[in-house]
Design a protein around this ligand. Structure first.
Ligand SMILES: *Cc1c(COP(=O)(O)O)cnc(C)c1O
Length: 473
């Protein structure tokens, strides 16, 4: 009897409490975040040990499961969503995106098909249109919502592969790569590891690519690039970069892209975070002509601060994107929105991962997106100015976007300073290597970061440096 009643309202009491408990725990976590240490207090063995072991024979009520997860995760989570997190290049899961993300799971939509879930398709299509428009990319481009930058790069490279080979009369989707004409691939020597992975996944090989010399900021040098192109006879695939991981710099698109197109090649841009500068009128000249490329990879879970599992591939010519990604039968009709989600991503079934980004974009509006990106670039300059004013500390890069590469007198000292900053637990930058040196890398990207956080980062680095310099090991 009880069972029938609860089934009639869709949820049992324990299920309802589980959902409410999770929402409440989410809220409490984010409210308490500023008081929490910037890094986990438990090590991997302690934190993971709470969860490992055999699956118990007996199950557990749903609300108790949520309570257990919340309790046992405590101390083992990293405060990545806090504006004191300057590590890697990570967004901070904007709360409106988090809230929308809960709906994504609750609705349980398979976003792969527009025929079954038209509202989701509408929101995801809006995200694609809005991002394309914000970044001033060609309005008729094809786009796919993927898991992140790495997969966005992979899909872009696969679309390129389709087009470059079909131009030589080879159908790579039907016949694969064995016996196919070669595709020469060029990439800058300071490219991120993700496009190398993408090339590997696409069967183009990470090691057979030709790596082109870059300047002190990690930008491809046009003369070296021209020379490299002259050695090549087939139309190449060229991977350029908008936002070098250590310096935040941009390849010189104005010089490079026409050289590739003269040779009927394809330009793919890894713009995981840096492409967002194209949304800001006073900054977009830094990546002028990036829109002339053929495909772009951009993350939504970095600068847009969407919860993780959010990236986007954009391809000027939609046909090779669909040819390389579509898993559906060709007989299915086009929808009224002329966009079938599964045509542009590797997955067939997937979560409605575009909805958190829809919520964030709708919340910010064009003005909010511009303000966010411009503020972070300003804060990066502020950090660079403060830190480099301390004698003994150096900022190794020019500030092109939101990345600051900090080094001390020698590598050993730099690493000690970083360790001390991290251990103090007030702010959390991470490590990098640049110009043959170890660096402390600060990435200004969390939606809530202000001058207070930027100044705290600078002060922590300067104080740790002074302490380490006067307390040699
Ligand atoms: C983060 C990043 C990637 C990889 O993106 P993921 O979302 O981590 O897969 C690729 N390129 C650059 C420049 C990045 O910063």
């Amino acid at each position: 009897m009880t069972k029938e009643v609860s089934t009639a309202r869709g949820l049992t009491d324990t299920q309802a409490r589980a959902i409410e408990g999770a929402a409440q725990a989410a809220r409490v976590y984010r409210e308490e975040l500023p008081q929490m240490p910037a890094r986990p207090t438990l090590d991997l063995d302690e934190a993971a040990g709470r969860f490992l072991g055999p699956l118990p024979e007996a199950g557990m009520p749903e609300d108790d499961v949520i309570a257990q997860i919340v309790r046992d995760a405590s101390g083992g989570l990293h405060s990545m969503a806090n504006p004191t997190f300057f590590g890697y290049v990570l967004g901070a899961s904007h709360p409106v995106g988090v809230a929308a993300d809960m709906l994504v799971s609750a609705w349980g939509q398979n976003a792969g098909s527009s025929f079954e879930t038209p509202a989701v398709t509408g929101m995801e299509r809006a995200v694609c249109d809005w991002v394309i428009s914000l970044l001033s990319l060609p309005p008729d481009s094809g786009a796919g919502l993927v898991t992140g930058g790495t997969v966005a790069n992979m899909v872009g490279v696969m679309a390129a592969r389709n087009k470059l080979l079909s131009a030589q009369g080879w159908d790579v989707e039907a016949d694969g790569l064995f016996g196919a004409p070669e595709i020469p691939v060029l990439i800058g020597q300071d490219a991120h590891s993700a496009p190398f992975a993408a090339l590997r996944y696409a069967g183009l090989g990470a090691a057979r690519v030709q790596v082109v010399e870059t300047d002190g900021e990690g930008r491809i040098m046009p003369d070296a690039f021209r020379k490299a192109l002259e050695q090549i006879d087939a139309p190449p695939l060229v991977v350029l970069q908008a936002g070098q991981i250590n310096t935040g710099a941009f390849d010189p698109f104005t010089d490079l892209i026409p050289m590739v197109h003269e040779r009927k090649g394809w330009v793919h841009v890894d713009g995981a975070f840096g492409l967002w500068l194209a949304a800001v009128p006073e900054l977009e000249h830094r990546l002028a002509d990036v829109q002339k490329a053929d495909s772009w990879a951009v993350d939504l879970h970095k600068w847009l601060n969407a919860p993780f599992d959010a990236g986007m591939v954009i391809v000027r010519d939609r046909a090779p994107l669909v040819a390389s990604m579509s898993a559906r039968g060709a007989y299915l009709p086009e929808t009224t929105v002329h966009w079938e989600p599964t045509d542009s991503t590797p997955e067939l079934s997937r979560r409605a991962r575009g909805i958190p980004s829809y919520a964030i974009l709708r919340h910010l509006g064009v003005t909010g997106v511009r303000e966010l990106v411009a503020r972070h670039c300003r804060l990066a300059e502020r950090i660079a100015a403060t830190v480099s004013a301390e004698s003994g500390l150096a900022v190794l890069n020019e500030i092109h976007s939101n990345q600051v590469a900090i080094a001390c007198g020698d590598d050993g000292l730099t690493m000690r300073v970083l360790k001390r900053v991290q251990e103090r637990g007030k702010v959390y930058p991470t490590h990098g290597e640049w110009a043959g040196r170890q660096i402390i890398r600060a990435s200004v990207i969390g939606y809530a970061m202000t001058e207070i956080d930027a100044d705290l980062l600078s002060a922590e680095v300067i104080n740790a440096y002074r302490w380490c310099a006067s307390n040699p090991e």
